[in-house]
Design a protein around this ligand. Structure first.
Ligand SMILES: [Zn+2]
Length: 155
């Protein structure tokens, strides 16, 4: 998956280059054909991926076989601010083994309620489209990394 910015409206579109070879890739917002020569390099996985109610299914449930660690947070939450930098570090260290993502529960109430997030931070670990682990409250990096390691071993 590659990100290509629309030359007309600036919307960043996700494009499957293999599919784009057989049909014209167009901007999802305004329909302008995308100039694939302007394709950015691969999605930057060294940073947490921002997930929303709209993108959750595709980004998390339909992710490839790797675990996805989803940090459910809100800007006003003090403990969330301690977890934030840990997520950044885990993303930096992921090296393709897992994906780190963040969901703002205030802006995305549908997913927050679907997974019964009652206190934040809550970290959810998904694998193969299923919720396999739930970490409630701020935890040291080692504790979160240990749960991720378990998720990597899970079938
Ligand atoms: Zn556009």
């Amino acid at each position: 998956m590659t990100i290509v910015a629309c030359s007309k409206c600036g919307t960043k579109n996700r494009v499957e280059i293999a599919a784009a070879a057989t049909r014209v890739a167009k901007c999802g917002k305004c329909g302008t054909p995308l100039d694939l020569s302007k394709a950015a390099s691969k999605e930057d996985e060294s940073k947490p991926l921002i997930v929303t109610d709209a993108t959750f299914r595709g980004e998390v449930l339909q992710a490839d076989g790797r675990p996805v660690l989803l940090d459910c947070w809100a800007p006003w939450c003090g403990p969330c601010r301690m977890v934030g930098p840990i997520m950044e570090q885990l993303a930096l260290e992921s090296q393709g083994r897992y994906r780190v993502a963040k969901l703002n529960v205030d802006e995305n109430p549908r997913i927050a309620s679907e997974f019964q997030i009652q206190s934040i931070p809550t970290m959810l670990i998904f694998k193969q489209g299923k919720l396999i682990d739930r970490i409630i409250g701020a935890q040291p990096k080692e504790a979160i990394a240990a749960r991720l390691a378990q998720a990597l071993k899970a079938p």
